[in-house]
Design a protein around this ligand. Structure first.
Ligand SMILES: Cc1ncc(COP(=O)(O)O)c(C=O)c1O
Length: 414
């Protein structure tokens, strides 16, 4: 193998090998529009930019690179709030027995509504950004919020959650242990779990969360239309439990079932649970155990979300598991761009798709992978910078001190 990351060519862009049925059912365009109508009522809510990097595209030999910059999503620096807030909205409609209505944000924050929601407590586990988004949504809606983090979660991430009034519990073990503890305590105390990952018997809320993410993709499609681009030809998307990747892959597969973009799903090699599940070849989810020790904190998940996995298994084309240095290089490229390209502040989990694209276009890679990717001057590559500088100390270590350098054999020689 020439490259230092693992890959699986799954569907190879061959539409006949795909099955968008579940994607069409989970991601109807009407749901994305409903989520967008809700999001647009949030005070201060704005569309995030779709950033074009034309000079980098030329350097890499592709037609265009477009980065949906979620570092600028509200004050939260991450896309995650799109899912959490929409799921809370749908859950409140259910608790209030008004599922067939569209309630306004103003009503949901009113005293009358608050009185009806007396005693409602929301809770979730997080590896950082989902908890921050959920805590923020609960603060907006005046609801108590309990967030569970694992022992390796950095202090700045915990403080960012607590700042929005949530009670934070640190759990021994990894992210998956925090998920289990949150579910157990919720059951004991009668709290509502608003988890971004699903498990057997717990699917409704994770579905709403994934549908909430598609509001961001509606924005992107509107922005592409403004550029005269009907759809991207390639989508590079990062995965933790896979919910966000499934929403991207599912949204585009439902919208363009006969001619979807080519999807590349990217994970850290130390927490590649989707990759390992595909590699197992039995169509089922498989877990990755251990400390999941990667700088990509948002992607450090060992258990795939079964709901998300189905969508990825049935529609994605290439799965890659990359080392941390690929994400670190992505952060540096986005933060210190070529002359004429705009700067994008990107955190570890946000930058890994760009780092992967860069590696695929510049490092020596295996011929079968190169052929499967079909990247050329006609390619319009889309990715989401899912987070900005969400962990300032780690961000400085990587950008300023050169932590996780590119291995010598892949460095620029000219
Ligand atoms: C910044 C960031 N990017 C991507 C993801 C991946 O999302 P998912 O766990 O749905 O795969 C996360 C998850 O927390 C995240 O925080």
């Amino acid at each position: 193998m020439k490259n230092d990351f693992q890959y699986i060519i799954h569907n190879d862009g061959d539409v006949s090998k795909k099955d968008p049925a579940k994607a069409k059912q989970m991601f109807p365009i009407e749901r994305a529009r409903d989520a967008r109508r809700f999001h647009r009522q949030i005070p201060g809510f704005q569309m995030t930019p779709l950033v074009a990097l034309p000079n980098l595209a030329e350097l890499l030999g592709v037609g265009g690179i477009y980065v949906k910059n979620e570092a600028e999503r509200l004050a939260l620096r991450s896309f995650k709030v799109m899912g959490g807030s929409y799921a809370v909205y749908r859950l409140l409609l259910q608790i209030l027995g008004r599922e067939d209505e569209e309630l306004s944000f103003a009503y949901l924050t009113s005293d009358a509504c608050r009185a009806q929601l007396e005693g409602t407590v929301l809770c979730s586990a997080t590896d950082g950004n989902h908890g921050r988004g959920l805590a923020w949504a609960c603060q907006q809606l005046h609801l108590p919020c309990k967030i569970y983090v694992h022992q390796e979660t950095s202090k700045p991430r915990i403080e960012a959650i607590a700042r929005y009034g949530a009670e934070v519990t640190v759990v021994k073990g990894n992210y998956d242990d925090a998920v289990r503890q949150a579910a157990e305590d919720a059951e004991k105390n009668g709290w509502y779990v608003v988890s971004d990952t699903s498990w057997p018997g717990y699917e409704q809320i994770p579905t709403w969360i994934m549908q909430g993410y598609t509001s961001m993709l509606l924005e992107a499609q509107e922005q592409f239309a403004g550029l005269g681009i009907v759809k991207p030809t390639h989508v590079f998307v990062q995965a933790g439990v896979g919910a966000m990747a499934a929403s991207v892959v599912g949204f585009y597969s439902a919208l363009f079932p006969d001619d979807p973009p080519l999807f590349v799903v990217v994970e850290p090699d130390k927490a590649a649970c989707i990759y390992e599940s595909i590699a197992a070849g039995d169509g089922k989810c498989h877990s990755v155990k251990g400390s999941l020790d990667t700088i990509m904190a948002g992607l450090a998940c060992g258990d795939p979300s079964p709901l998300a996995f189905e969508i990825l298994r049935d529609n994605a084309d290439v799965f890659v598991a990359v080392p941390d240095n690929v994400a670190a290089r992505g952060m540096r490229i986005l933060g210190m761009p070529l002359h004429g390209d705009p700067m994008v502040v990107s955190g570890e989990s946000g930058a890994v798709p760009l780092g992967t694209l860069f590696a695929l276009c510049t490092d020596t890679i295996n011929d079968d992978l190169k052929a499967a990717l079909k990247l050329d001057h006609n390619s319009q590559v889309f990715m989401v910078n899912t987070e900005g500088n969400t962990d300032p100390i780690e961000f400085r270590r990587i950008l300023w001190d050169g932590k996780n350098p590119t291995p010598a054999k892949f460095r620029i020689v000219r």
